[in-house]
Ligand binder design. Structure first.
Ligand code: ADP
Ligand code: ZN
Ligand code: ZN
Length: 741
């Protein structure tokens, strides 16, 4: 047997592969899970890895670094002899396809994250374990042998008869066969039943006839062959989803696969329902982090075996193994949840574009308020833009947006007189209204009236939020989760005179109950929807008009149809306007457009009221006119002047330690370990916006370049050096294309 060297990716924080000797591995094993010994002496243990390459001994390309070797181990026969031997290869599963390995390689390089951690991180959790159990099939059907067997059953074999009768009526779900649990196992062993897909029991939903804008867009998409990035820039309710569905149908009919990404699947169950209803006969799987490990494994394996037509999922679904990818859809492409905030800090939208290019697939980016990066790319002609300016349901129109000047109409308990009257009028007309406020809890601060001290989290540089959960109130930090009882005296001066400062959803709810005792009021935020199923129940209550007034956070802003909701009142928008983060206004605009989309979805016209101290702010002026383009123009100009994306490419090196000085020292060492070329600027280390989180002091350093390639070239040389710096209790991470800094 031929001795080869297997290069294995392992989930450890080192940016290199590990070599093992093997006589067993074949070229066809590349991409398979392998088990390898790792660690020295008694600390040696068996680890799961992925075989990423197989090379002849002594051939160029062999990394010649055994599990114990230094990263720069010499490439000679001696080191080869010291290599450990590959333990085993998991041939029960098909190998990861080459395109997925390439995607992982690209992501690891682009985000400067270890390939092993990248690769293992994209597997469903069950496959990162040494042993896993394959989930049972979802449904079963009778085989020919089973049919013959059932004809020979004795008259008194009642259970077997019952099972046979049920199976003869068609494929049965596992659930439906539960009473036959033991018997089923035997029939499976005998080959009398086999696994199959559950049978669709309803015909596909009929697509609506397209609006002119939809038809034009679809025709253009159908003409565009192969890879291409298409922005579907359509207002809320303009029928973007319909376009995704029809393009998906196209590629599935052509024998290809569609991958549809959505920001948060549990917040938009209607989207899932629509896809399932439209494609009852196609193989649709869901992939997201809320699935149980077994379900996620089953979905992933179905993809890997090529048994899937459509994948619907969140950002992690981007890594589904799909060998026949023909279409990728990124719905609400501007949404922040496409960026992963830890580990491999990837942007699923950006990687999706890369993947689509590799697969010669078409990619649709859908949004009412595209990310400024995306918009910039359409302006430069890199992406093709398709406009949908009308609501798809005839008669539905965009809501009127009205600004309430809170300098003259001072809010009491958060609500201005104008908004209060509008809510009262809506109630009188029997219509629903939503008060949108993006702060949960009772009040964002507990303030001392005597000395103005605000009670902070003892672990973070953040105010604690007052939560009112009768009978007890408590303070909670929204960053680290720290909770404590409400102090009776000021920790600073001892005064008993403490008050709640500002408004959160609970306080607004309390006020509404007081002001409108006859109304049915519902609060929808992360706290009130914590229990499983609570959100769905609330959504349903709103839809069937079992509530009149809703107080809600952004959890309600996305893709829901609330036909009787005609008014939205926005409070607290100014906080976002003042936020230091450079994407704050972009996010605010998107959020306000989205929440406006909740008003007047059906035939009833809607009104959106926005309370602000700055009614003449350009953002609000654009918003009133539903004019994304003017907002984008203004904001892009600011970005250009300030040297921010998309005109500059950024990476942030973050460090945290128990002492700020240690974090800063690490960053200073990082800054000086590699001089930057002229086209790359490395800024001084500074404390992070939030300088303390959960007892860790945080600092950061910005790297910037006008050209992506220059930044990438620098990072490629710089990050390996960072791995060699002394840590002294510092944890660090690199964030390429950061969402914020
Ligand atoms: P978007 O994704 O742009 O928000 P949707 O595709 O969800 O828009 O469409 C909004 C509403 O209009 C949905 O209820 C959808 O069923 C309906 N709709 C979409 N296209 C059409 C059409 N061509 N004719 C009638 N109704 C449509
Ligand atoms: Zn005080
Ligand atoms: Zn905290």
């Amino acid at each position: 047997m031929m001795q080869r060297i297997a290069q294995v990716a392992i989930d450890i924080p080192l940016a290199r592969l590990f070599d093992y000797r093997t006589t067993d591995a074949q070229p066809s094993d590349v991409g398979r899970r392998v088990i390898v010994p790792f660690g020295k002496g008694r600390a040696e243990s068996l680890q799961v890895g992925i075989l990423v390459a197989l090379v002849e001994p002594g051939a160029p390309g062999a990394s010649h670094a055994g599990p114990d070797a230094a990263p720069d181990a010499a490439s000679d026969g001696a080191s080869e002899a010291r290599l450990k031997t590959l333990h085993s290869i998991d041939r029960d599963l098909p190998p990861l396809p080459a395109d997925l390995l390439n995607l992982a390689r690209f992501a690891a390089d682009y985000y400067q994250f270890p390939l092993g951690a990248t690769l293992l991180g994209l597997l469903p959790p069950a496959l990162r374990q040494r042993r896993f159990r394959l989930p049972p099939p979802a449904a079963y059907r009778l085989t020919e042998a089973g049919r013959q067997h059932s004809a020979t059953l004795k008259a008194n074999a009642h259970t077997q008869h019952a099972l046979a009768v049920q199976l003869k009526s068609g494929a049965q779900t596992r659930e439906a066969l539960k009473p036959f649990h033991t018997l089923l196992a035997r029939w499976l062993r005998e080959g009398w039943v086999e696994a199959c897909r559950p049978k669709a029991d309803c015909p596909p939903a009929v697509p609506p006839s397209l609006t002119n804008e939809q038809a034009t867009t679809l025709a253009a998409l159908r003409c565009a062959h192969g890879f291409g990035v298409h922005l579907i820039h359509g207002i809320t309710g303009s029928g973007k989803t319909e376009i995704y569905l029809q393009r998906s149908a196209d590629v599935v009919a052509a024998g290809q696969q569609a991958l549809i990404l959505v920001p948060e699947i549990h917040l938009t169950p209607q989207f899932t329902e629509r896809i399932l209803q439209r494609f009852p006969n196609q193989r649709v799987v869901l992939l997201h982090s809320l699935l149980a490990d077994g379900e996620r494994l089953a979905a992933w394996l179905a993809c890997q075996r090529g048994e899937v037509d459509i994948v619907l999922g969140t950002r992690l679904a981007l890594f589904a193994p799909l060998a026949r990818l023909g279409l990728i859809v990124v719905d609400e492409e501007h949404d922040g949840s496409y960026k992963q905030g830890e580990g491999l800090r990837y942007s699923a939208r950006d990687l999706a574009i890369w993947r689509a290019r590799q697969s010669h697939a078409q990619i649709l980016l859908g949004s009412a308020t595209p990310a400024l990066e995306t918009w910039h790319n359409t302006q430069r002609g890199r992406y093709q833009s398709h406009r949908l300016t009308m609501r798809a349901i005839s008669g539905a129109s965009l809501p009127e947006i009205r600004l309430i000047d809170t300098r003259t109409d001072r809010p009491r308990q958060g609500l201005s007189r104008t908004l209060t009257e509008a809510l009262a009028a809506g109630l009188k007309r029997g219509e629903q209204s939503l008060v949108f406020i993006n702060r949960r809890g009772y009040a964002p601060a507990l303030i001392c009236n005597a000395c103005q001290h605000i009670v902070d989290c003892p672990r973070c540089s953040a105010h604690q939020v007052l939560h009112r959960n009768p009978p007890t109130d408590h303070l909670r930090c929204h960053y680290c989760g720290h909770e404590q009882a409400v102090p009776t005296t000021c920790p600073n001066c001892g005064s008993h005179d403490l008050r709640a400062g500002g408004h959160g959803t609970q306080r607004v709810e309390e006020h509404l109950i007081e002001r409108f005792p006859e109304a049915r009021i519902l609060r929808v935020d992360r706290d009130s929807t914590r229990q499983k199923g609570a959100f769905a129940a609330m959504r349903e209550a709103i839809q069937r008009h079992a509530v009149d007034l809703i107080v809600g956070t952004q959890i309600l802003a996305k893709g829901h149809d609330f036909p009787d909701l005609t008014q939205v009142g926005v409070i607290g928008a100014d906080h976002a306007l003042q936020a230091p983060d450079f994407r704050a206004s972009e996010r605010l605009f998107a959020q306000l457009m989205q929440v406006s989309g909740r008003a007047g979805r059906a035939a009833k016209p809607g009104t959106v009221w926005v309370q602000t101290d700055w009614p003449r702010h350009p953002l609000f002026v654009s918003l009133r006119q539903h004019d994304y383009a003017s907002f984008a123009r203004d904001t892009l100009r600011e970005r250009q002047e300030a040297g921010l994306p998309p005109f500059m490419h950024l990476a942030v090196l973050r460090a945290d330690a128990s002492q700020m000085s240690a974090a800063m020292a690490f960053l200073e060492a990082a800054r000086s370990c590699l001089p930057s070329p002229a086209e790359v600027t490395v800024y001084d280390a500074v404390p992070a916006l939030m300088a303390r989180l959960a007892h860790r002091e945080r600092a950061q350093l910005l790297v910037q370049a006008p050209q992506r390639e220059a930044l990438q070239a620098y990072l490629r040389r710089w990050v390996p050096l960072l791995h060699t710096l002394p840590l002294r209790g510092v944890r660090w991470s690199l964030d390429v294309d950061p969402a914020e800094f």
